[in-house]
Write a protein that binds this ligand. Structure first.
Ligand SMILES: [Zn+2]
Ligand SMILES: [Zn+2]
Length: 329
């Protein structure tokens, strides 16, 4: 055993988004986008800022271009040089990014040591993003929203061939139409999101979640364990003799809601395959079908990337450096 290869530990900048996606999804693609949102455009700049392996960055950039989230633009001839620019589709992901940053800041930053401080130039205050209803502009949270199937609801056929990894977004999406999964197909892993989504929808028991998702039992066991460990779900005894448990969303899990509906809204807009939304959200307060809008907590204006500036926060230390040191010891 001793001589076995040590798996290479990926290193990445300390980031609330990265922390968020360490739980709800895979990270590199989103970090590349995040770097672009912060104004980086060139391969070497992005590579340096993320400390990402060149081949990994190449493959992520290629995927992002293919998914029309980035555009590869020639900026110099002889020799030809390219840079990467955010498309309109990408800019529309900004609310999701902000929502995930806020969650990571609120729940994953030790002692409030946030990695990044955002400033809303419109009002001059520190930016914290809230989600509001597009119809009545009241705050949105999990408790004031009802779900119902949209025109794009339903199931699609399972692929014949088994995928390399069970967590492959395609295998999830093949079973259940979900804008969040479609979104994470581009930016992360979806089974975990599927389980959280079921919990939000009111499915709390293993068999129920398993049946709704069409997820393999061992994968579900694995995801439930991870979600419980991460404090997103908690196990509650609901029956003695024999003992049975169900899974409930914690406050930390509930706080993921704005991120989820922001991601969902993006998938609805860009990835609905012409079929309409798989799920519609209804606001209990105004009784209308709505879209979530990201607004500034202070001035309540909608937030756009061009109005936000960034500064390192107290937790800006690169985790990679700490990890590298720890690994070397
Ligand atoms: Zn409303
Ligand atoms: Zn503001």
């Amino acid at each position: 055993m001793a001589a076995r290869d040590t798996p290479e530990v990926p290193s990445f900048p300390n980031s609330s988004v990265a922390r968020t996606l360490a739980i709800v999804g895979d990270t590199w693609a989103f970090l590349v986008l995040r770097a672009c949102f912060f104004g980086l455009r060139r391969f070497d700049e992005i590579q340096k800022s993320l400390g990402i392996a060149r081949n990994v960055l190449s493959s992520r950039l290629e995927d992002l271009v293919q998914n029309e989230v980035l555009e590869k633009v020639l900026y110099q001839e002889r020799p030809n040089r390219y840079e990467y620019r955010l498309t309109e589709k990408a800019r529309d992901l900004y609310p999701s990014l902000l929502a995930m940053i806020r969650w990571g800041d609120d729940w994953c930053a030790d002692d409030g040591a946030v990695p990044l401080i955002l400033k809303h130039e419109t009002c001059g205050k520190r930016l914290l993003v809230d989600m509001v209803c597009s119809e009545c502009e009241e705050d949105i949270n999990a408790r004031v929203v009802k779900f119902r199937d949209g025109p794009g609801a339903g199931r699609s056929p399972r692929p014949q061939k088994r995928r390399r990894r069970s967590s492959n977004p395609d295998s999830y999406e093949a079973v259940r139409a979900c804008s969040v999964a479609r979104t994470l197909k581009i930016i992360g892993d979806p089974w975990t999101i599927g389980v959280i989504r079921e919990a939000f929808f009111g499915a709390h028991r293993f068999d129920e979640i398993q049946a709704n998702l069409g997820i393999a039992r061992n994968i579900l066991t694995d995801r439930l364990r991870a979600l419980t460990t991460n404090g997103i779900l908690e196990r509650r005894l609901y029956q003695n003799r024999p003992q049975r448990y169900e899974y409930r969303v914690t406050d930390k899990g509930l706080a993921l809601y704005p991120s989820l509906i922001a991601l969902m809204r993006w998938g609805d807009t860009w990835l609905d395959e012409g079929k309409g939304k798989p799920v519609e959200l209804m606001h209990r307060v105004c009784q209308k079908t709505f879209s979530p809008i990201a607004v500034c907590h202070e001035c309540r204006e909608p937030v756009y990337a061009k109005d936000v500036s960034y500064a390192d926060g107290p937790g800006a230390v690169h985790r990679s450096a700490e990890d590298a040191t720890a690994a070397a010891e």
